[in-house]
Design a protein around this ligand. Structure first.
Ligand code: ATP
Ligand code: MG
Ligand code: FE
Length: 350
């Protein structure tokens, strides 16, 4: 099916067009520069930027794909989770376009879309698969046995998301927002064994209750203490070494737990999605360690890992192909949409 996807859950206005598993267009307008000086996304600023960008981005995506709205089979839109006001702009736009062009509309889960986007890179996802979802607001391990109808959470962060940890550590190292890409870059020149930072929830005592859970706030505090002690002693902070050692600690835990889930379930496909999946060390480490267990790692190209419209279109296309019913026109912007709800009319897994 030819599906158009609209994403406005945070600070990127994204419109993508896909045909089946083929990416035809991925137009993006970001308000990230307007938030940078605040050190985080300002919701009102994001909403206004979406409002200004949505129509031009829509037009750009259709032109890039060489199609008109009349050609598409369905419109998919991020219904949640995300910033309420930001989501509203995308949902309202999708409804408007759907009514005007008489197309079905699918309200989809942003997090499931972070997983589905890989199909644009590697084709249909073999099911069951294990998914490691690591983004700015979420960090979860999922069992994906039927992406069109539901995912089963195996574990999640008990405090900060992985991307949040990257952003906070970047901030205390004096790097710009959002910090993930800057830590990635700094770390290339650093020694990842320079400092032994803690690996959260990997102790033997955590195996029973938190085998597939993550914790990054202790790591962030450890980095802060280490940096402060250097500064107090009047020493120069070796930014590259701190970045590399911090990144190594995060990746070590993420990859270790994801492969543990694969091994214990006998599942040989690991898909990694979300903004942190763009991290070069995470990708390399996952590839390397997975080979030992005969697990195939699927990671979309970095530009598809961070928020975009193509991921929403990819999930929409999967739902249409699976025969899932579209949403009704009163579909909500649901800022707290649970991970288990893949689309607004999709059956919820219990
Ligand atoms: P969510 O998907 O949970 O709603 P979000 O949509 O804001 O959150 P994403 O766009 O999926 O988040 O990811 C953004 C996060 O990814 C930021 O925290 C950013 O620092 C991080 N990130 C992006 N690129 C990299 C990288 N190369 N290395 C590490 N982190 C990265
Ligand atoms: Mg963003
Ligand atoms: Fe996201």
């Amino acid at each position: 099916p030819l599906v158009l996807g609209i994403e406005t859950s945070c600070d990127e206005t994204g419109v993508g067009v896909v045909q089946g598993h083929t990416l035809l267009a991925d137009a993006l307008a970001s308000s990230v520069e307007q938030h940078a000086r605040f050190g985080g996304v300002v919701p009102e600023v994001a909403s206004r930027a979406h409002l200004e960008a949505i129509v031009p981005t829509m037009d750009r995506a259709l032109a890039e794909a060489g199609v008109t709205l009349a050609d598409v089979d369905a419109i998919a839109v991020t219904s949640g989770p995300g910033l309420a006001g930001a989501l509203l702009v995308g949902v309202a736009a999708a409804k408007g376009y759907a009514v005007a062009a008489e197309k079905p509309v699918y309200g989809v889960n942003h997090l499931a879309a972070h997983v589905a986007v890989d199909t644009l890179e590697h084709g249909p996802l073999p099911e069951p698969a294990i998914a490691l979802l690591v983004s700015g607001g979420h960090s979860s391990l999922l069992l994906v046995d039927d992406l069109a109808h539901g995912v089963t959470p195996l574990g999640a962060t008990i405090d900060d998301a992985a991307g949040e940890a990257f952003d906070k550590v970047a901030r205390l190292l004096g790097l710009p927002f959002p910090g993930g890409p800057y830590i990635d870059r700094e770390a290339r020149a650093g020694d990842r064994a320079a400092i032994a930072f803690p690996r959260g929830l990997t102790a033997a005592k955590d195996q029973a209750a938190h085998r597939y859970d993550f914790s990054f706030s202790g790591l962030k505090t450890a980095v802060a203490r280490w940096v402060e002690s250097r500064q107090r002693a009047g020493e120069v902070v070796p930014v590259a070494d701190v970045a590399a050692s911090f990144q190594e600690a995060v990746c070590d835990v993420l990859v270790g737990k994801a492969l543990d889930a694969c091994r214990s379930s006998g599942i040989q496909t690991l898909v990694i999605g979300g903004g942190v999946a763009a991290n070069s060390r995470l990708r390399a480490m996952a590839e390397q360690r997975a080979a030992t267990y005969d697990v195939q790692v699927r990671t979309p190209r970095p530009t598809l890992c961070t928020d975009n419209g193509a991921m929403v279109a990819a999930l929409g296309s999967h739902l249409v192909a699976a025969g899932v019913a579209p949403s009704s026109l009163d579909l909500p912007a649901d800022s707290a949409m649970p991970l288990t709800t893949v689309s607004v009319t999709g059956e919820e897994r219990t």
